[in-house]
Write a protein that binds this ligand. Sequence first.
Ligand SMILES: [Zn+2]
Length: 681
Amino acid sequence: MTNPFFANWNTPFGAPPFDEIQDQHFGAAFDRAIKEWEAEIEVIAANPAAPTFENTVEALDRSGALFDKVAGVFNAINASDTNPARQTVARELAPREARLDDLRLQNPDIWARIDALYENKGDLGLSDEESALLTRFRKDYVRAGAALDPQKKAEVSDLNAKLAGLQNKFAENLLADAQAWELVLTDEADLEGLPQDIRDAAADVAQERGHEGAWVFTLSRSSFTPFLTFSTRCDLRERIYTAYVGQGCSGNENDNRKVSAEVAALRARRAHLLGYPTHAHWVLDDSMAGTPEAVTEFVGTMLDRAQERARADLTDMQALATEDGGDHEVAPWDWWYYAERIRQTRYELDDSEVKPYFELSRVRDGAFAVATKLWGLTFHARPELPTYAEGIEPFEVREADGSHVGLIYMDWPARAGKRAGAWMNAYRAQNKLDGAVTPIVSNNFNFPSPGKNGMVFLGADEVRTVFHEFGHGLHGLLSDNTYKRFAGTSVLRDFVEFPSQIMEKWAFHPEVMKSYAVHFETGEAMPDELMERLNAATKFNQGFRSTEYSAAALLDMDWHMLETDDLQDADEFEKASLERMGLMKEIAPRYRSTFFAHIFTNTFYSAGYYVYDWAAVLDADGFVPFKEDGIYNTDHAKSLRANVLSRGGSEHPMELYKRYRGQEPTIDALLEVRGFGQAAE
Ligand SMILES: [Zn+2]
């Protein structure tokens, strides 16, 4: 039997032939794909002809085609439907991919060719997109240290290896410290206030951990957050909270204080070698935000406004605590508990109230209908296309004139072997370097399987998730670029959530909900009153959430704006940082230095924890034109498509955004969305 990865796919639109692909095909397919890619790189590097845009830059973009074909399918189904065979393939693939990266990015001959072309960029007669590709590849090489002399190069790779070890150590310490701690309750009276499902979960944990008949709470978020939210026992809330904020700094063998300081110091040294004043400068040089100053200014403002709101909320909570009697002063471990009590009185909103209005197929059609109204796109079920598991719906997407755009697979249900959460994948990235290649993408969720009536009902958060992932899907589908390096979601990391988060804005807009949020039995639209409560609830407790988030984001920036590579005292450093930002004593940063896994276990979110709120700034500000001129305004839709959704990474995101919005983003719209614009209610 032939390996389907070595044949042309004669399926409709070249859809992956999932019915022919078997697990044993992946190994051989990756072997050949990697060999082919290595050979292609070797040919580019050893080319005796003088470097040209075609024989170097374009050739690099073209290289790895078979690898993309195999990895596009493998990565997607390994995330959505893994099994031991696929896990083995993935484990073996990781180091080989790292070697491939090195082979490309550390290749001195290719670097010399790219650099020579870049020096004469103005004389090459390049189009804007070609010029952007040359600049992009050059930047990839410079950031990886390709431009350094051999000695500095060796120092960088030495630092990389040391950092990998320390980051791993940080993760191991944190895991060990978190797992060692448990709150064992044996008296049912200690559970006062906790709902039954939380008691049941705690009983399960107790059994797993060998405390038969007891209830156990741990430092996993899904365990301690409900406890802090519902437990009426202030003394126990204090115990679990104190353990949470004390992770990684109890002086035992899992202490992370020195590890975090060492990581920060080595990152500073690496930044110096690469020619940047700080690690944050190195990271942000390749971001939409651009500079550490831009980030700290925006996060600092968010923190100030969030704290105003949080202080007002604190006054309400203190009033509640005083009403309860005694002279209890609201402490950091009380925040969740009193916030929940205020939420219940003000916004009483249960998911069971909204679920009958959020039947999955209606929500799906509601999201599709928004794309139809904005861009004329239509969605056509293609049940005959092969899929890899049950519950996946393939759709063909067409333009208003009927021409083909691409395919989107909606993979709805949870299944064993599917990773948690929701995400978008590209089986095939759009490009037109050697003729038009249309995109094939997927949206993945973890929804329940249909009940007896064949229906699935979603909660409000799940509806938001459908629109969010659909936004990523549109970013992939509407891509219109020559080069695959720029296709779809291949954008700078603080821009990638803009298309997804702006789509969420349509999800709960009353005008949109009127069309899809219809009761599954009565056929009646959701009552205005319920819609209002649903939208009001999203503003709730944002003062606290934004405060703890922004404080962590600033702490991250402080560690990575260190100019010196001298080892810091982690306790003193963090204390000074929190004092500088003026953090109120009733709220701790969402993560403290010793358990800030985002920034100390890998590079990706270092000097980058800000990206979540940065994206929120963009989606709030980016939606303003639709808010002002109508949510289905086709002029704005056209501009959003032309300047953002179709352009991928082919231009700096700030330029793309400004062309769409007419100006740089401001935080005003987000302040309003979070309810920070008004006085406390
Ligand atoms: Zn996303």
